[in-house]
Design a protein. Structure first.
Length: 121
């Protein structure tokens, strides 16, 4: 079973686990599909975050992080959004300041929803 994970630091994934098309070195902030058992191991070691669509209500984001991510989203180009209109997680993570924890899909969804609601007001 595969799941998507966002790396919190650069990780070299052994070929014995999975051979990755983009190479075995996965950079910080990159989202990648990995076998669930190995990905969960990386999460336990604090080397990765799950990127699964966790319920948006379960995501708590402090105001400073929200402002940082919102500023990155505001600077994204149109080709850095999904077909469904959401900002790409990898594009957000690439624009985050050095040392900032990568954004998960759940965080992105919650922040995007808040930005859309604020825009409607």
């Amino acid at each position: 079973m595969m799941a998507k994970y966002v790396m919190r630091s650069t990780v070299i994934v052994p070929k014995a686990v999975i051979e990755l098309e983009q190479g075995q070195t996965v950079a910080k902030g990159t989202a990648v599909d990995l076998p669930k058992s190995y990905g969960d191991h990386l999460v336990a070691e604090k080397l990765a975050l799950t990127a699964s669509g966790q319920p948006e209500t379960a995501v708590e984001i402090d105001e400073v992080r929200m402002e940082i991510v919102a500023a990155v989203i505001a600077g994204l180009q149109s080709d850095q959004f999904t077909g469904g209109g959401l900002p790409e997680v990898n594009a957000i993570n690439a624009g985050l300041p050095e040392g900032t924890d990568p954004v998960t899909a759940g965080e992105r969804n919650a922040i995007w929803k808040a930005l859309q609601e604020a825009e409607r007001e």
